[in-house]
Design a protein around this ligand. Sequence first.
Ligand code: BGC
Length: 735
Amino acid sequence: MKHTHLILLAFCSLFTTLSAQQKTTPVYSDVNIPLEQRVEDALSRMTLEEKVGLCHAQSKFSSAGVPRLGIPDVWMSDGPHGVREEIVWDDWTPAAWGNDSCTAFPALTCLAATFNPILSREYGVAVGEEARFRNKTMLLGPGLNIYRTPMNGRNFEYMGEDPWLSSIMVVPYIQGLQSNGVSACVKHFALNNQETNRDNIDVEVSDRALYEIYLPAFKAAVQKGKAWGIMGSYNQYNGQHCCHNEWLINRILKKEWGFDGVVVSDWGGTHDTKQAALNGLDIEMGSYSNAMPRGKNNSYAFYYLANPFLDLIKKGEIPQSLVDEKARRVLRLIFRTTMSPNRPFGRFVCPDHSQVARKIGGEGIVLLKNQQSLLPIQKNTYKTIAVIGDNATRSLTKAGGSSELKVKYEVSPLQAIKALYGNNKVVYSQGYAAGAFQYGRTTRSTANNDSLLNAAVETARTADVVVYVGGLNKNNGQDCEGGDRTSYGLPFGQEKLLEELAKVNPNIVVVLLSGNAVAMPWLDNVKAVVQAWYIGSEAGNAIVDVLSGAVNPSGKLPFTFPKRLEDNGAMSFGVSSFPGEKGKETYKEDILVGYRWHDTKQIAPQFSFGFGLSYTTFELGKLRASASQFKAGKTIKLSVTVKNTGKVYGAEVVQIYASQQHPSVMRPVKELKAFQKVFLNAGEMKTVSLEVNTNDLAFFDDTKHAWKLEPDTYTLHCATSATDIKSKVDIKIVN
Ligand code: BGC
């Protein structure tokens, strides 16, 4: 045969193979076909058993795909501050892999405190890259439960007390995360505001509080962030568990908000096959099935949404359309993530991620007090720096519950302080003993607290300055899943320790590591207080950036610090309001959560929502509005000048709070409706522009189940915290 004939023959056979392949390529795996068509096609090829198989776990952190059709499993991981280590197939034992030590990013309270949505996106992108690299379909986060009381053990995983702040901050996090082809799983939907009796507590809350306070961030996550996943919470609402709650999932999430993603149960949060089938749960995770004793092999076939579900469908007691709908959602998730042609490859533990973590840490740290400008501490000002406190050396990425991380590295505050100021200048004393971590148990240290205290006092006596690094930790009863805090004051004898230290040294900087407010009876005795959250891998570096002035603090509190616990709205009503009695709990403070309560009841907080100092000073001009009258749905354009009147570069957060002058219903004195962080060189002035849509001034009218914007005069307050109002402007809403 001639050479050209050979080539022709080869070409023809290649062409026939290709077209044969094309013919057999199923619609569902053809990425050029619209996603919904692919979903329907895949569904039409699946057996009933395969559809049911998509709706429940096959291991601790995965649910099965359809291997016969090449549809992959769904792999999930906590979330929300980094990608958790691998866990063995059937229980919580770590799998002991050698390649899963991640970057720990700052806790979400710290992210919220940046008041900087640009950093939210960077956070989402970075943590998403880590999740993608680890081949996860879904990251179990971010957490969005509103900070209702300082006692909640999981507040550190959430974004504070204000629905507007968390709504603005969560959207770019989700967009950034999902840009990696990894789904968010926004949690815990909804009203999961405590750990005490979390599996069963039945929450009673008004529709107004539900819609105005507890739901907006979830709604923003779904409608603006376009989250592909959401996790039902453990607790009950209206006498029904939230993982299969008719009101929350079917009526609000899926019908009112049009959510088209998957509802995943919290681990062990499913309790009934019919309810799970009917009330919108799509994937059941973590149940202990009835067929096997708790703690043994989880026997996934016996999950509520496994064989019992299949049986009811086969008996005709549940329509097949229900399983189709669940399977459709799971397929959509898989096509959006693992089977997406646009899925990048991710990155794991890289300098960029460390930098993002450090930047967010530095911008989220809040300077609460700085008498006589004790801070920043320049490199050569002092000869001896005493570092005191257990948190200066304790790993705070370990423990805390499901957000616990196995990290590649974690820079402790002591390490970073020594690195910057010099080993020879820094002396360390533990000061108090905080016990080792054991899940669900409070352990006591065997160390003698009196001798630790005495040693610390002697260390402080001879030092020029004391950097006290204390606060809470991630142990049971502190900032930890599975239990709430047991007292508002600092634990482990720290109050006494601070009192004694103040007697021997006038220059004390308190660095608080916590995800919650604490009582501060020692406040007058110390010169400086820095709220430094849980920052993760870069904790020490970010803290030293602020202590040394390399970073000028610009974080603002995402929740109020009450002076006394009973000053907090939820706590003021006693046990029926928190943590509930006889299995029931009523949110008696209603819509008056956080600063809304303090404002309206005129209870001065220790530190206000939105508060945070800087090493420079700012002057705000008068707030101006684009007009004085507006109709519904219109945008009020606002502007104000901000000048850096100090000597160093810094940032201020302009906050706009709104109040209605003659509402027909009770309304909080004021509510956050816009904010903008502005960065300024020393002496520089900028005009900051902000926008408020008039519809956002409405309240939820529970008699009509609709938002209502009343024609009235509204005041817009321009402020630098909920209690530092600089100027105001009145506008009218007209019909
Ligand atoms: C937590 C969730 C977590 C899940 C999986 C549950 O106990 O409430 O937040 O994602 O466990 O670890």
